[in-house]
Design a protein around this ligand. Structure first.
Ligand SMILES: NC(=O)c1ccc[n+]([C@@H]2O[C@H](COP(=O)([O-])OP(=O)(O)OC[C@H]3O[C@@H](n4cnc5c(N)ncnc54)[C@H](O)[C@@H]3O)[C@@H](O)[C@H]2O)c1
Length: 528
């Protein structure tokens, strides 16, 4: 267990709060009240232990009440990028020299620091990203899990694999850190994803420069402070709050050895292309780990239990306003079950409660920003134009970036809304002649992140599991909520490159394997 006398023993997922209990809800509301009294927070550029402020700033605001400023953050520039990478080059040597056991202990201490602040951190996500309480709490737990899990993985990695040994020869293999890792994170898991990528880089012995999403700088600062407070050397971890230009400069710096990115496909592809360059003076190739967008389909067979399918689909499509990368976007249902499923989904969508993230009864919070609201509205208008709106919950409050949760059907198979990632509360339903026809559709997509199947036939489950290219397939359950160590997470095809976060291979990507072969036959005595 995490708090046992030897903290580096077995791993268990951090338990989420029981929000059905009034005491748990009251404690969160109390934490939100405390946070509100401190707003706006300030977020500096953090490089080499210096906290730079006094330059150009930008604001993160509450998506549910955009006039509320959550944080005023320094806007990092290219000089900050250069300074952060320079410091990280020094910090790398100090941190790598500490050894795996010491590094793991620091990560476990950082997990304890997040655990101690879990209410305040959840409140911060409610405000900065309009992430409802249950999801914010789960985000904190996932961040803790990443720290605890990668700490243990680092110890296992340090041992190295067993190689074949023959007489007269000794073979050893170890995983050396790569150097400086650029971490570029999104806002939708403002603590967990930034933490996962940073923790993995550090656990393997690298230095990290974190460029968090411009929408969630305060959440990123909380992470960096926890890691520094736990003992990560000042030079080995920098924070560069800012926009895409800073991320772009960071990933192009020739002193960066690896890039861990999570975000949209467009930006991920740009980073992959940039990382392929080898400018003069860069004596290495950059390793890129990229987790990108998806168009996640749920297949519903004619024998599916709709009592099970309907709530699971609704939760997967509309939880956090459809802004999880794993969210359900497209339902492919056997034509025999189509009308019944649409009717029942429509009934469920119409009663979704749209409201602020801080209200415990909210099903669908606002989306992150005005651009997102406009993007979702444009796709919904297209769906209305090309198909039929089967349901829409119109009860969106006035202020804030709210979008009406929408269920659309009757769309032409070539419609743009069926092919592109909407990243908002819009779900489409299409009839298919068979589960195999549904698999053909999924197989034809460039994305392959998550997917779902509802079927009562074990042969169908086996066939679809073997066929679908998605990184994470969920059978007879919702398709979001991957847990560290239980459901290693990540996409295939154009949804991502690299092995799965929260899984046994993830840390390897932040290392360079080295093999030493020694001739152990005696060659006489050394005479000096
Ligand atoms: N596959 C996954 O595990 C996963 C998880 C979460 C989110 N996502 C995806 O992330 C997207 C939503 O997040 P977002 O809106 O923050 O994504 P985004 O791509 O707009 O931004 C992600 C990060 O990249 C930075 N960035 C922007 N332009 C850049 C550039 N040219 N070079 C370097 N960095 C740049 C941003 O400032 C931010 O820090 C969705 O597409 C979602 O599917 C995927």
């Amino acid at each position: 267990m995490t708090n046992a006398s030897d903290p580096l023993q077995d791993f268990a997922n951090e338990p989420v709060l029981e929000l059905r209990r009034a005491a748990a809800r009251d404690s969160l509301i109390g934490a939100l009240g405390e946070l509100d009294r401190e707003l706006p927070l300030t977020v500096p550029v953090v490089v080499g232990g210096d906290r730079r402020d006094g330059g150009a700033t930008f604001e993160s605001t509450d998506p549910g009440a955009p006039s509320r400023v959550v944080a005023a953050a320094q806007r990092a520039d290219t000089d900050d990028v250069a300074a952060a990478v320079e410091a990280a080059g020094r910090g790398f040597r100090e941190w790598a020299a500490r050894g795996a056991a010491e590094r793991a202990r620091v990560l476990v201490d950082a997990a304890a620091a997040l655990r101690a602040r879990r209410l305040a951190l959840a409140a911060l996500m409610v405000r900065e990203c309009a992430k409802p309480w249950a999801e914010s709490d789960a985000d904190v737990c996932e961040a803790i899990d990443f720290l605890e899990y990668y700490a243990r993985q680092a110890l296992a990695l340090d041992h190295g694999p067993d190689l074949l040994q023959v007489p007269g020869e000794r073979n050893t293999m170890r995983y050396a850190p790569r150097g400086v890792v650029a971490v570029i994170s999104p806002w939708n898991f403002p603590l967990a994803i930034a933490c996962g990528m940073t923790a993995a880089a550090l656990a393997a012995g690298n230095a990290a420069v974190l460029k968090p999403a411009e929408q969630s700088p305060a959440c990123a600062l909380a992470l960096v402070e926890a890691l520094h407070g736990a003992g990560v050397p000042a030079d080995a971890l920098a924070l560069l709050p800012g926009f895409g230009d800073v991320g772009s400069a960071l990933v192009r710096d020739p002193r960066v050895h690896a890039i861990a990115f999570t975000g949209s496909s467009a930006v991920g592809l740009d980073i992959l292309r940039a990382a392929a360059e080898t400018p003069d003076g860069q004596g290495h190739l950059k390793r890129v780990v990229a987790e990108m967008g998806g168009k996640n389909c749920v297949i519903v067979d004619s024998d599916a239990d709709l009592d099970e399918a309907v709530p699971a689909i609704v939760d997967s499509a509309f939880g956090y306003a459809g802004q999880k990368c794993s969210a359900a976007a497209r339902v492919l249902v056997h034509e025999r079950a189509h009308d019944a499923l649409v009717k029942r989904l429509a009934g469920a969508v119409e009663v979704l409660d749209v409201g602020p993230a801080e209200r415990f009864g909210t099903d669908v919070p606002p989306v992150i920003e005005r651009d997102a609201q406009e993007r979702v509205a444009a796709y919904a208008a297209e769906a209305a134009h090309g198909g039929t709106i089967a349901a829409r919950s119109e009860r969106a409050p006035g202020e804030g970036w709210y979008c009406a949760p929408t269920l659309a059907c009757g769309l032409d198979p070539t419609a743009r809304v069926l092919a592109e990632e909407v990243f908002g509360p819009l779900l489409t339903v299409e009839p298919v002649t068979s589960v195999d026809a549904a698999c053909d559709i999924v197989d034809g997509l460039p994305f392959a992140l998550t997917g779902g199947l509802f079927s009562r036939d074990p042969r169908t489950v086996q066939r679809v599991s073997a066929r679908l290219p998605v990184g994470n397939l969920y059978v007879n359950r919702g398709i979001t909520g991957a847990m560290v160590g239980r459901q290693p997470f990540g996409g295939n095809r154009r949804s991502g490159i690299g092995s799965k976060a929260g899984g046994p291979d993830y840390l390897l990507q932040f290392t360079e394997p080295r093999v030493v072969t020694e001739n152990t036959m005696r060659h006489g005595l050394v005479v000096e």
